[in-house]
Design a protein around this ligand. Structure first.
Ligand SMILES: [Zn+2]
Ligand SMILES: [Zn+2]
Length: 148
């Protein structure tokens, strides 16, 4: 009898029906470790791990992993897409208007759609995307100390 061990990243990729490549493994591990990284930051960290990978390859891998549900794409209006490894819990995000910092906010209901539309217009609604906008603590402090 073997003790249960968590699946390796490669096994997770295979389990999601994806071809396993060094770039995809490095990318998934980078995204999971990184919080909410943009494509450029992900590409540079993947290169640190496995050497040169084109930005195009990073985009393609992100697309495949997002489609497979291993990675979630967050795209606050007016800022570039971010990617995260926390999937499946319908959490929301708070975004700083000043510096673009992103943090997770747990979903109150725990599953989508967490908000009931006041009028669904006959649509079958499966998601409510909630983004809280504000000013992060660092920017609030910076703003206060800049004030006269
Ligand atoms: Zn900020
Ligand atoms: Zn998140």
């Amino acid at each position: 009898m073997t003790a249960a061990r968590p699946p390796t990243t490669a096994e997770e990729l295979r389990g999601a029906g994806l071809r396993v490549t060094a770039a995809r493994v490095a990318l998934l591990e980078t995204v999971r470790a990184g919080g909410h990284l943009g494509v450029e930051a992900i590409a540079s960290q993947v290169r640190d791990r496995i050497g040169h990978v084109s930005l195009q390859a990073v985009y393609e891998a992100l697309h495949a992993l997002t489609a497979a549900g291993l990675v979630r794409r967050v795209e606050p209006a007016g800022s570039p897409a971010r990617f995260e490894g926390r999937v499946g819990d319908n959490h929301h995000h708070v975004v700083c208007r000043s510096c673009g910092a992103v943090a997770d906010v747990d979903c109150a209901a725990g599953e989508a759609p967490c908000l009931t539309a006041s009028d669904d217009h006959g649509f079958v609604i499966d998601e409510a995307e909630v983004i809280y906008w504000g000013t992060c603590p660092a920017c609030t402090t910076a703003h206060r100390s800049a004030a006269p």
